[in-house]
Design a protein around this ligand. Structure first.
Ligand code: WT7
Length: 652
């Protein structure tokens, strides 16, 4: 069957930042001489002291080095905010929409700069200095940007924690980073409900002596607990702070931020991104990938707690002086036309979202979309997980009116910026495929032995050669950084994903090949989930796998072994779900719990997740090599229990 190809829309390439010919030429040049290419890109930034060294990099696990523009100095907030003031002080930087319809704010570049300077002074007065970590636990409100920019203005390192994470998850991230200050809000609003952020924060801080002060934003008039001496209200503090804060000169390789993500062991990893390389890559890739030009209105629906938002909702648009929409709520409240109404209201021209949201909105049919005029849209983007062709086509036709290219952008918290994508004016779309490499990056598909495969092939996805936006290390754990990404395939960065490359050099991502599940575009480590479940007093042991889920992409399937004598009851099942929600957050709550008096293990005691994943996917045949199983009857039992559960569901 020939590939389904969607050509670049008529007239698009002529005006695009990058057309097919530019892509070919610049891609080749960027690979032949990456230093020359990136040095040119880095001119996009305003440097205090220009760099003379471009890159010093090695992916050799015994001598790992990732350094870009090392002797240059700059300040991120100057690049993101001050630079735009001369022409844009009164123009909109942020078009904010609250959870409740009708609640909206416009933040101009001038106001943004004023708040950033004042909050930077407040942080300074609280003792925050260059290199100190500030944890930010906020809903999607403009103050997130203010807080991030205030940190980097004084060289402090921000660590944004998703506001949907529990107190416990917040506490472990604060402890790992030894944050000095926490910025939070009294509450956050989503889907018509208020979430008690300050209450969670207080709980998280019970045992975190590193945090000396808490800056509290009044998101609403609701009361919140307040500890005098430690806590201060944002409004009062910025009102009395001086309106100018001298930006601190920062080295290109000084840390800009930490962002935690899940891996294949229990503990979340704090990936460290540095300043010069990250900003170069974020700012230039953002405008190329979304084909941004002056006058566009950009909207990324990502929550500020994820890397998508860091690079392409905060840094990318800010570095370019772009206007963007920021929305606190959810797409389905008060009804499923909420996003579409906002696109119409703000004449959004570039819209970046996640497949899981599209799949859930698609189920509501075209009705909610048709109520709104989406003709302002010009470029669409997808991120976070593979987009299935059905959702792709719906996005293309129903949302994009058939006239907008879709950039399916493949990247990771670790990569800092996009590595694979069909640039919209240069690479025709194939639904479900993440396109071709971005400038300066060299993908490789490798087999199990680490040999790079040529031409059409499938295997594990690696990258050869450094790019400026990549993470430099895992905070407090350089060894884990090396072992996870550089040791598996010598000389290469290993993504943890499987991929297939076709005859046109397009890549299709098949998903994680490690113990990580991707639930609604959120990465969850199975070991982290297992330890959360196993910490419940009624549980002996748990094994977690992902299974295909219509809306979430993957759902969380947990096999749980209860302690001797504990009854397998419905209330206990719900209690365990709540237990995980409280320990990690609602996104991690298991979709299915199956009681399993024993788990399939090999003679060395290792759980055979491969078999569990097949059963969870209702695939009961051909379990491959089962000769290593310690007790084959265990598999029969888990299959029987799964089949019984399915039979009950069918008759229900
Ligand atoms: C993992 C990274 C990058 C921002 C969001 C997630 C999966 C990401 C795609 C895509 C297929 C994708 C991969 C990757 N992923 N984008 N376009 N197509 N899969 O960042 O939380 O660090 O997760 O998300 O599995 O490894 P993250």
């Amino acid at each position: 069957m020939p590939d389904e190809i969607y050509p670049i829309p008529t007239g698009f390439a002529e005006r695009a930042r990058v057309n097919a010919e530019d892509y070919r030429r610049r891609y080749r040049a960027s690979i032949e001489n990456p230093d020359a290419f990136w040095a040119e890109e880095a001119k996009f930034l305003q440097w205090i002291k220009p760099f003379s060294r471009i890159s010093d990099t090695s992916f050799d696990a015994r001598d790992l080095r990732i350094r870009w523009f090392e002797d240059g100095t700059l300040n991120a907030s100057v690049n993101c905010v001050d630079r735009h003031l001369p022409g844009k002080a009164d123009c909109a930087a942020i078009l904010w929409e609250g959870d409740a319809p009708g609640e909206s704010r416009v933040v101009t570049w001038g106001e943004l700069a004023d708040k950033v300077n004042r909050l930077a002074n407040v942080l300074k007065s609280l003792g925050v200095a260059k290199g100190d970590v500030v944890t930010i636990y906020l809903p999607v409100i403009p103050e997130v940007m203010v807080a991030m920019m205030a940190c980097v203005r004084i060289g402090a390192v921000h660590s944004v924690v998703f506001s949907g994470f529990s107190a416990e998850a917040l506490a472990s991230r604060i402890a790992d980073a030894q944050a000095k200050v926490l910025v939070t809000a009294n509450e956050g609003h989503r889907g018509g409900r208020a979430h008690p952020l300050k209450h969670n924060a207080d709980e998280a801080l019970r045992d975190q002596p590193s945090v000396r002060h808490v800056v509290v934003i009044k998101r609403s008039s609701a009361d919140a607990p307040f500890t005098p001496g430690r806590d201060l209200w944002y409004d009062e503090a910025v009102a009395s702070a001086a309106p100018w804060c001298e930006p601190v000169e920062i080295g290109a390789e000084d840390p800009l931020f930490i962002l935690y993500t899940s891996g294949s062991t229990g503990k979340p990893k704090g990936l460290v991104h540095t300043t010069g390389g990250y900003l170069t890559h974020a700012g230039t890739s953002w405008r190329n990938i979304f084909d941004w030009r002056e006058g566009d209105v950009f909207w990324s629906t990502a929550d500020v707690g994820w890397v998508t938002a860091h690079t392409y909702k905060i840094y990318g648009p800010l570095l370019n002086g772009a206007t963007s929409v920021m929305f606190e709520g959810v797409p389905t409240w008060p009804d499923s036309s909420r996003w579409w109404s906002l696109i119409e209201k703000h004449k959004v021209s570039i819209f970046y979202t996640a497949p899981t949201a599209l799949r859930s909105l698609m189920r509501e049919g075209d009705g909610p979309v048709r109520k709104h005029d989406l003709s302002s849209l010009r470029v669409l983007g997808s991120v976070g997980e593979p987009i299935n062709p059905d959702a792709w086509r719906w996005f293309h036709r129903t949302i994009g009116g058939g006239r907008c290219p879709i950039v399916d952008t493949y990247w990771q918290t670790e990569t800092g910026a996009v590595l694979l994508t069909p640039l919209p004016g240069a690479v025709p779309n194939k639904p479900g495929m993440a396109g071709r490499p971005y400038f300066g990056v060299r993908p490789e598909v490798v087999d199990a032995r680490g040999a790079a495969l040529e031409g059409p092939a499938s295997g594990n996805l690696c990258f050869r050669g450094s790019w400026p936006g990549q993470a430099r290390t895992i905070l407090n754990d350089r060894e884990r950084f090396i072992q996870t990404y550089f040791a598996p395939y010598p000389g290469r960065f290993f993504t943890g994903d499987g991929a297939a490359r076709d005859e046109d050099g397009y890549y299709r991502i098949s998903g994680r090949v490690d113990d990580v599940v991707n639930v609604s575009g959120h990465r969850l480590g199975t070991v982290e989930l297992e330890s959360a479940i196993a910490s419940h007093p009624a549980v002996t042991e748990a094994a977690v796998v992902g299974y295909p889920h219509r809306v979430k992409g993957q759902g969380v399937f947990a096999y749980v072994t209860l302690k001797e004598g504990v009854a397998e009851t419905e209330p206990l099942r719900r209690e365990i779900m709540g237990w995980v929600r409280a320990r990690i957050g609602p996104i991690a709550s298991p979709d299915i719990i199956q009681w399993s008096p024993a788990l399939p293990k090999n003679r060395a005691g290792k759980i055979l997740r491969r078999i569990l994943a097949k059963v969870a996917a209702n695939d009961f045949e051909d379990f491959g090599d089962v000769s290593t199983l310690a007790e084959p009857a265990v598999v029969e039992d888990i299959v029987k229990r799964r089949q019984q559960a399915l039979a009950i569901k069918e008759t229900a």
